[in-house]
Design a protein around this ligand. Sequence first.
Ligand SMILES: Cc1cc2nc3c(=O)[nH]c(=O)nc-3n(C[C@H](O)[C@H](O)[C@H](O)COP(=O)(O)OP(=O)(O)OC[C@H]3O[C@@H](n4cnc5c(N)ncnc54)[C@H](O)[C@@H]3O)c2cc1C
Length: 512
Amino acid sequence: MQVKTQVEDLQNYLTDASNMPGGHAERLLVPETADEVAAVLREANEAGASVTISGARTGTVGGAVPFGGYVISLERLNKIKSIDRDAKSATVEPGVVLADLQKAVEAEGLYYPPDPTEWSCQIGGTVATNASGARSFKYGATREFVSALTVVLADGDVLRLRRGEVFANEGVVDLVTESGRSISAQVPTYKRPNVRKNVSGYFNETPLDAIDLFIGSEGTLGVITEIELRLVPKPEGFFSGVVFFEKHGDLLGFVDEVKAASSGNAHADTLSSEDRGNALTDVRASARVRASASLVEYFDDRALSFIREKFPETPEAMAGAVYFEQETTAETEDALFEAWNEMLERHFADIDRSWFTTTDADREKLRAFRHALPVAVNERVVRNKQKKIGTDMAVPDENFPGFLKYQKEMLDASGIDYVIFGHIGDCHLHANLLPKTDEEATRSRHIYGRFVAQTIMLGGCVSAEHGIGKLKSKYLYVAMGERYLNEMAELKKAFDPKGILGRGNMFDAKFV
Ligand SMILES: Cc1cc2nc3c(=O)[nH]c(=O)nc-3n(C[C@H](O)[C@H](O)[C@H](O)COP(=O)(O)OP(=O)(O)OC[C@H]3O[C@@H](n4cnc5c(N)ncnc54)[C@H](O)[C@@H]3O)c2cc1C
């Protein structure tokens, strides 16, 4: 195991994609086995030293940023231990990079749907944050794909958790560690908002599978050292497009229809062979083989202007665009093209200037189009020499159009540069505010605060996918109040009595 204490060796481990300032640590440890992780934790626990768990540091909320103590980096625990084609599962160490896993499973004809945009993240980081992304519209977040976990607790003891084995009973989870120690943890009692995505606080849905407490726990309950993932068959084909709309109302109407069609989930891959046969001959084929998107992403007019810096062919004078993807098979392809075409015509999409593809090469180009936005935004941030302020809230479906209108009106009135984009299928958009001066930066923070207040009023959540980390803990406090933060701290204490792990993540260390 590498142990480093020199400032220059620690430098890269003191911040993450949030650029949160002030990170510092005494020691960096890079274990190569789970036993080494356990040994480090035993020592830290005895010394009462804080431990920050570091994945690939692509997190955007400072979760992996240390403020003193030890940093454990999982980069050397990076083996794909097995991929079982028949069982459709993979067992991996936490430091495996998402892009490497994607490639390895696709080579076996399998597919791992979670796609949190930034493929350099580690699987352990995605489990710790319950990462989601565009494809969560069809497949759900990382949680849906985690079958088993090995977790090393703060004192070095080990928990092995398998989905379906241990459930909370009357609000209490009872677990036994590898050394035979019993742990009894009280599950927090807050009611979860009625939104499609939410990573604000420990998961507590009823019935609660014990494994779900650890997924999305942001490095506060233990170090995840092994993960078994569920895989699905690789879709046979894809049909995807970036479609442009001159009128924003038409765009929203189109998204509503796509969501309604997709909610039936008449996915081509679940149709029986008899249905598939019918699909070829039956005039009702286009109704049977319904459009059912795997992702539905939004770009507002300002986002399109940013993307145009990288893709000059992006049409001018558009109110916005939608990027969608539809999985297909040879039998359903034609009926699906027809169904999408009808929807696009019904909602007055500018079909002639939109882009469509069924080939892998062009699909990569559309993916590049989507990625061009964060790149262009980051370039602007560097030029402005001011931090961007990014939102990550989600609200219930029925409140989404009003919330988007409220955001756009307030941002337009502010005169501050901004873009809005993201996972419209899940009623979850990111507004990036791009201040140019200190005065605009202060106003941007106030506007962010107003958006948080509005989200809470509308029954939404303060973080839908990036997590709370250190940067958003004050908003979780506002959303939940002291009682529920105390309940979360009590849960943490059951697994980490000295409160050494992920200090300051989700809630202030004073609660523990
Ligand atoms: C351009 C860009 C786009 C992004 N888009 C998305 C998106 O669409 N959806 C989305 O969900 N996220 C998105 N993210 C955020 C980020 O990629 C995810 O949060 C990712 O899951 C973090 O993984 P990581 O390995 O980088 O973890 P890190 O940033 O290193 O750590 C994140 C948290 O997990 C903890 N942690 C890490 N590894 C472990 C472990 N083995 N055991 C216990 N705790 C651990 C850390 O302590 C920290 O609290 C984006 C980030 C960027 C930069």
